[in-house]
Design a protein around this ligand. Structure first.
Ligand code: FAD
Length: 292
């Protein structure tokens, strides 16, 4: 049995030796010693308090992370069961584990417009807020009213939003988020949804991936990777997508294969174009710096 001081959270759902590859979209990675599944915001708060000073990480949908083959020696807090959602007029309040597809569905059912851009982003509300995720010139920050987090309640201007970043990116847990939406006709909402869905189906490769690996910081990372001649480049079971060079696909890869490919792409793009790429994907656990 693992010796983590998780007293304060007895009675909660706790699992040991959990396969993290089943909890991420890359479908790679080893085991976590302990995974805690709070079922209410109060349980989530209790978990976070009990884990103060203990190595831990929050995992939402696992769609923007790469977990090491050795797994994670610490406590994973999964937000999977925090799925309550409520509506106050045109304000949609979601617990952090609400899937974006479920949040969008609630908007459609209640004639509210704004979150359509998130319809096919496969993560959760907590991940959306922490990453300030977005696409097609829309992002989470455009619709946030307030965020209830580990250390307080923040209005939009205090959330520290910038491109794919927020004050929650460095570990402070998002517990709930409230989105301010606009009342709209069903047809308007459906039209926006279909535009976002179509755009994505044309550009997004299929397969086990984390979406865009690198940030687009005033340039398109995929274009630079393409210019460096890396489309289709493969290390073990990991390869750069032919359809979209900012996507790495796992085809029976190890997590280390994916990590090595990320490092290789960064190095080659720097040498070929003079631009340094930075990762959007978050790493969990230990990786090795192989000579490439
Ligand atoms: C096919 C595909 C398409 C994608 N398309 C897009 C896109 O168009 N735009 C885009 O921006 N992203 C995209 N992504 C990436 C990803 O879906 C988003 O970043 C999403 O918001 C991550 O949510 P998640 O719940 O999966 O977060 P996770 O992957 O679980 O976590 C990501 C980070 O957020 C932190 N986190 C998660 N929940 C919380 C919380 N409650 N409190 C604090 N921190 C938290 C984690 O600790 C981690 O650091 C795509 C991914 C895939 C696989």
């Amino acid at each position: 049995m693992y010796n983590y001081p998780i007293e304060g959270i007895d009675g909660l759902e706790i699992r040991y030796d959990c396969d993290l590859s089943k909890m991420t979209s890359f479908k790679v990675g080893g085991k976590a010693d302990v995974v805690v599944y709070p079922k209410t915001s109060e349980e989530f708060r209790r978990t976070l308090a009990a884990l103060e000073g203990v190595e831990h990480v929050i995992l939402g949908g696992g769609t923007n992370v790469l977990v090491s083959d050795e797994g994670y020696r610490g406590v994973v807090v999964s937000t999977k069961k925090l799925t309550r959602l409520s509506l106050k007029g045109n304000i949609l309040v979601c617990e952090c584990g609400v899937r974006l597809s479920a949040a969008v569905k609630a908007c459609v059912e209640n004639g509210l417009s704004g979150l359509e851009f998130a319809v096919d982003i496969p993560g959760t509300v907590g991940g959306l807020v922490a990453m300030n995720a977005g696409c097609y010139n829309k992002a989470c920050e455009d619709y946030i009213c307030y965020v209830e987090a580990e250390n307080g309640v923040y209005n939009k201007k205090d959330c520290g939003f910038s491109y794919r970043k927020s004050r929650f990116s460095s570990g402070e847990a998002v517990i709930k988020a409230a989105f301010k939406l606009k009342i709209a006709e069903e047809e308007t909402i459906e039209y926006k949804l279909s535009r976002f869905k179509n755009a994505r189906s044309k550009s997004q490769p299929k397969g086990k991936t984390c979406g865009s690996v690198f940030l687009n910081e005033g340039f398109f990372a995929g274009k630079l990777i393409d210019e460096a001649g890396l489309k289709g480049y493969r290390i073990g079971g990991a390869y750069v997508s032919e359809a979209h060079a900012n996507f790495i696909i796992s085809d029976g890869a190890s997590a280390q294969n994916i990590y090595d490919l990320i490092r290789f792409v960064k190095k080659r793009v720097l040498l070929e174009t003079g631009t340094e790429l930075h990762e959007e994907v978050k790493f969990i656990g230990n990786f090795y710096e192989n000579r490439l």
